[in-house]
Write a protein that binds this ligand. Structure first.
Ligand SMILES: NC(=O)c1ccc[n+]([C@@H]2O[C@H](COP(=O)([O-])OP(=O)(O)OC[C@H]3O[C@@H](n4cnc5c(N)ncnc54)[C@H](OP(=O)(O)O)[C@@H]3O)[C@@H](O)[C@H]2O)c1
Length: 249
């Protein structure tokens, strides 16, 4: 069965720009009120995203929090409670993306990555679940945005890969623990947005060409996968690859 998302309330982390923003906008297009979380995004980015969200006729608010600090997750959920008093959809998209060999990885990198990519989604899942179980009837949907580390070791980004593999494990564990009222799923994007480290268009296009489907994707591809998982009431514990077949190559 499909669930109508109109008038539901969503929280999307890391949503002032890039993939998180695309997810928030697609939810708003479906009639969902949205709380966008951000950390270091500019006031202008936040304002523009809120403006675009509201153009769909929904309510939209923002909350700033550092998710490497456990108090940050609590601050985000407090803002949701104050603004809406309820929650139907949580999307854990905020993430750090450290690069470097396994032997060079530092303790600080490990702790920052696990805190943002794994601990924050864990804390937000627990807090969101408590709010969702208070809905009448008890119900909710959680979508975790993972990465290719789920499909196997990632030589250039081992710490990131480990954090996302663990986020997939969190997805499965919470899907089982929170059933039947709350569904928890994951989306695994392929190259959908260039990294911010000056990658050239040529390198980006070559990444796309190397995939079975011979193209890169975009944030809207990921967003539509989130909408699918939010709507489909018989799907939990699922991992949806939106990656041009990258896991097959
Ligand atoms: N881009 C891709 O092609 C791709 C491919 C595979 C998977 N993914 C996954 O898709 C998701 C979104 O991708 P993206 O490229 O849009 O990610 P991104 O730009 O690297 O980061 C997403 C957000 O994480 C937030 N963030 C980082 N550190 C934070 C902290 N300490 N506290 C709170 N928020 C923090 C940032 O918010 P501020 O900017 O406001 O600080 C940022 O907007 C991620 O989970 C990523 O792993 C993306």
């Amino acid at each position: 069965m499909q669930q109508d998302l109109t008038d539901q309330v969503a929280l999307v982390t890391g949503a002032a720009h890039r993939v998180g923003r695309a997810i928030a906008l697609e939810l708003a297009r479906q009639g969902v009120h949205v709380m966008i979380h951000y950390h270091n995004s500019s006031a202008e980015q936040v304002r523009d995203t809120l403006h675009e969200l509201k153009s769909f006729g929904v309510d939209a608010f923002d909350v700033r929090a550092d998710l490497s600090n456990p108090d940050g997750a609590q601050d985000v959920m407090t803002a949701v409670q104050r603004a809406f008093g309820r929650l139907n959809i949580l999307v854990n998209s905020a993430s750090v993306f450290p690069q470097g060999s396994f032997l060079e990885a530092t303790l600080a990198e490990w702790e920052q990555t696990m805190a943002v990519n794994l601990r924050a989604p864990f804390l937000l899942t627990q807090m969101a679940a408590r709010l969702m179980l208070a809905n009448t009837p008890p119900s909710g949907v959680i979508v975790n945005i993972v990465d290719q580390g789920v499909d196997g070791p990632w030589l250039k980004r081992p710490i990131h890969g480990i954090s996302k593999a663990a986020l997939w494990s969190l997805t499965q564990n919470s899907a089982l623990a929170l059933a039947p009222h709350i569904r928890v799923n994951a989306v695994l994007p392929g190259p959908v947005m260039k990294t911010n480290d000056g990658m050239s268009d040529a390198v980006w296009q070559a990444m796309g060409q190397a995939l079975p489907l011979q193209t890169t994707g975009d944030g809207a591809d990921v967003a539509r996968a989130v909408i699918y998982l939010a709507r489909e009431t018989f799907v939990t514990g699922a991992l949806l690859h939106v990656n041009g077949g990258e896991h097959l190559a």
